[in-house]
Design a protein around this ligand. Structure first.
Ligand code: ARG
Length: 631
């Protein structure tokens, strides 16, 4: 069938009749009005819509009206010219003058067979996705945890969205390289390392037994002890607050200065890979990463040790890179610091790559990361799943990297650098989500809570299930719930975190979709119980309106995935799956499957159920949601 040919349809939607028609009509418009050929295809709107009334066929093309007006010609004449140039023989009934309604609406009716054969081709051709890796290489920057800090809600989004986009890009035909840009270098890490060295020397801690919680506390304490209360001291002196207070504050400030100096020396020893300091750093890294990767795996996110390429992995590259940028005059000295000016690309803030004290920054490392990802790993696309509050940072770094030539592939082609920015998770009070004690919420605890809520819900629904089974199902529901709320909201928007809502089986939630899939799967279980064969099903015959709606929804799936791979907007896949589940449910209500009127009708409907099961299961898998057989 010609319709599955990527050359005749926009590659983004190989099987969706609407997309096929749009692309064919566009071609016909250009042939009918050659002047249009100078426009980009996106600028030519074929105006194909699903008909509201069956008497006007399945689809309508309304392009002739606008075009007629623009060209000062009767729209009917344009419509005639379009249909003369329109070849739809493989998919629609022949179109003649009789199909032009009113001033110039073209009515299109699909061939009864066409949906059925499109569905069969789609299922047989691995949904029509390009072969794995054939589109090129994409790096996905995800997770991005920081050493000696608990993973908090911000890392929920970078992990879940990053993992999902990586899955989707891969399915859409990219070779995907996941990169966990761990914050594991620089002064703050040196501060906590320095504190732990001192504490271990004083016998206050046993480094072989520290937990991430201990590290988290040490991190905060290290920040505090290195931060002197200079302002307090100045105030105390100014207001003559008494020698005792002044002396106390002075001592504190001196202490902080001393701790800072020690941290700086630890940083220098880290930079020269001093064995003793590195051993402590390694311990911090191991403890943090093992906790972080455990949480990622609980979230069903594919973030493994081999995906880690932390800031430390770029440490050696920074000095030569910066020297080169200075030499080539891509960067200039400004007030003692080294910056890349970006006014010419519309950014007033320059990109700071070396502070006046000689230290490198977060942005310096990100420049090196772009260079490695594009020039060594060969990425045509680099997708950053990072909080929207870092938007300016990425704008600057992308601009800086392109000035430096780091975004140029060995082939000379420019890589596309994309910030898949996301909004903030809010508490029910509308402020950034915190625990009751005011701490930023830890991811592990969030998962525990969601599991507890899910356990309650599942116990209510299925009190007879064994506790083990309920626990195991709750774990899946919790993952589905947490991932789905995060993914179903438009990426850039903030959303309110509510356990009750996300674990609910009603509405646009993860558990609802899990349940929809379980229901389809149970049809096949029942069929097996009744000895009805569900293998070797025929191509479905589309007769009933609800069957047609379901078929059309299923045919949209590959296009939706391709669209998400382009827009980096997983909420569109969520919205699609939610709609599909609803359409399936209507179909199932009005079209008996196991008790269909005839064996052939039953087999045809079972074939539709099988396709729906396949699409829903695959969609959930791309969202990183593990599925269930029963719940
Ligand atoms: N560690 C950073 C943070 O927690 C996120 C890293 C994002 N990735 C990057 N290439 N900058 O904010």
């Amino acid at each position: 069938m010609g319709t599955a040919d990527a050359t005749t349809t926009a590659s983004s939607a190989l099987f969706d009749p609407q997309a096929i028609l749009e692309s064919r009509v566009r071609g016909a418009m250009v042939r009918a009005v050659p002047d249009l050929a100078s426009q980009s295809p996106e600028a030519i709107d074929p105006m194909v819509t699903a008909s509201r009334n069956a008497k006007f066929g399945d689809y309508q093309c309304n392009a002739a009206m606008g075009l007629g007006k623009k060209l000062g010609k009767p729209p009917r004449e344009i419509a005639q010219a379009i249909i003369k140039n329109l070849d739809l023989t493989d998919i629609a009934e022949p179109i003649t003058e009789a199909n032009i309604a009113g001033p110039g609406f073209i009515n299109i009716t699909l061939k009864p067979q066409s949906l059925s054969s499109l569905l069969t081709t789609m299922a047989g051709a691995s949904m029509g996705f390009p072969a794995p890796g054939s589109l090129g290489t994409a790096v996905v920057d995800l997770c991005g945890v920081n050493l000696a800090k608990q993973m908090h809600v911000g890392h929920l989004r970078s992990t879940v969205i990053g993992d999902t986009l990586a899955n989707i890009l891969q399915r859409a035909g990219w070779k995907v390289i996941r990169q966990n840009h761990v914050g594991d270098w620089g002064l703050p890490i040196a501060m906590v390392t320095s504190r732990l060295i001192d504490q271990a020397a004083a016998g206050q801690i046993d480094l072989s037994k520290v937990t991430l919680d201990d590290l988290d506390k040490a991190y905060k304490a290290a920040q505090r002890e290195c931060e002197s209360d200079q302002r307090g001291l100045l105030m105390a002196q100014r207001w003559h607050m008494g020698p005792k207070i002044i002396a106390e504050l002075q001592a504190q400030a001196d202490g902080a200065a001393e701790k800072s100096e020690r941290a700086r020396s630890v940083l220098r020893r880290l930079q020269t890979h001093d064995k003793d300091v590195m051993a402590v750093w390694q311990r911090i890294s191991d403890v943090t990463m093992s906790a972080c990767l455990t949480i990622a795996s609980r979230l069903n996110a594919d973030v493994r040790p081999e995906h880690s390429a932390g800031e430390s992995s770029y440490a050696e590259e920074l000095a030569p890179m910066v020297a080169e940028l200075e030499k080539s005059q891509v960067a200039q000295i400004s007030e003692g610091a080294l910056v890349i000016r970006l006014e010419d690309v519309g950014l007033n803030e320059p990109l700071l790559i070396r502070k006046s004290d000689g230290a490198f920054l977060y942005a310096t490392t990100d420049m090196a990361a772009i260079r490695r990802r594009v020039q060594k790993l060969g990425a045509q696309r680099v997708v950053y799943c990072v909080d929207a509050r870092q938007s300016l940072h990425f704008k600057q770094v992308f601009a800086g990297a392109s000035k430096a030539g780091y975004a140029k592939l060995p082939s000379g082609q420019n890589a596309v650098l994309e910030h898949a920015a996301f909004g903030t998770i809010l508490g029910e009070d509308g402020r950034p989500f915190k625990t009751r004690s005011g701490e930023s919420a830890k991811l592990g605890e969030l998962l525990d809570q969601a599991e507890a809520y899910a356990f309650e819900v599942i116990t209510q629904r299925s009190p007879d299930m064994s506790e083990d089974e309920r626990r195991s199902i709750s774990r899946t529901i919790a993952v589905a719930a947490i991932r789905y709320v995060d993914l179903s909201t438009e990426r850039i928007k903030d959303y309110v975190f509510s356990y009750q809502r996300m674990v609910s089986f009603e509405g646009n939630t993860g558990p609802y979709l899990l349940y929809a899939l379980v229901r389809i799967r149970s049809i096949f279980r029942k069929a097996a119980e009744r000895g009805i064969s569900t293998s070797d099903l025929p191509a479905p015959t589309i007769a009933h309106a609800a069957e047609k709606t379901l078929a059309l929804a299923l045919l949209r799936y590959p296009g939706v995935v391709q669209d998400v791979a382009k827009s980096l907007e997983p909420s569109r896949l969520c919205a699609y799956l939610y709609e599909l589940a609803g359409v399936f449910s209507t179909f199932f209500d009005v079209c008996p499957v196991l008790s269909a009127a005839s064996d052939s009708e039953r087999a045809s409907r079972l074939a539709l159920c099988k396709l729906a099961e396949g699409v829903l299961a695959e969609g959930l898998k791309l969202l990183g949601i593990p599925t269930l057989e029963k719940m």
